[in-house]
Design a protein around this ligand. Sequence first.
Ligand code: SF4
Length: 240
Amino acid sequence: MWNPWHGCRKCSAGCLNCYVYYFDGKRDKDAGTITKSKTNFNLPLKKDRNGNFKIVGGLEIPTCFTSDFFIAEADDWRKEAWEIIKKRQDVNFLICTKRIERFESCIPDDWGEGYGNVAVAVSCENQQMADKRLPVFAKIKARRKHIFVAPILEYVDLKPYLGISRFDMVSVGGESYANARECNFEWVKQIKFDCDKFGVKFDFHQTGSNFVKDGKRYRLNHRDEYSQAKKGQQFLLTLK
Ligand code: SF4
């Protein structure tokens, strides 16, 4: 993970139990203060004692996952971050945002059809945010576009959007930790069927800590959320 800046402002329902606030709160740190990283701003360019990049080529790097890459407070730092991204063409940068409406004003001049090493993901936790963000996302240019339905708060009907742009993947995940809101497997299943109709790749990456399947509620610890989601994904792949 590369976090060139840290901290964020809550902007929609999906932010209620944000993990950045959760972890910063445990350390008496204010997650609402956005700061440029003093030590890791240039992490993708850092080398080891043998002169090799510490982040090896071919990896996909979640980028700015303890903030939002397009948050206004980072406007002065983003140009430099794009330059770093441009220098590491061998690494894939995954940028996830809830602020896709700021995208056009935040991309570099030579973005063109999108940098080949950047995937943009938009997070839509409920129908309201899908209806707000996906029409904007559909219009932007990026080499790879992902939709994250996370933390999923209800069934989100993506069908009106899946056909209007090329989306490479839809990834669904539930909310984590003590106050997690319910993730219902029926919602996940329906979204998988919707993706099938449009030939869009589907992934169920995380059950969340409060998972409901076949009317039964499961309280999971964080580590099990991924392994159980993998089982759920395998089950879903058998369904037509
Ligand atoms: S946009 Fe993401 S990082 Fe920012 S407060 Fe919301 S959930 Fe947290």
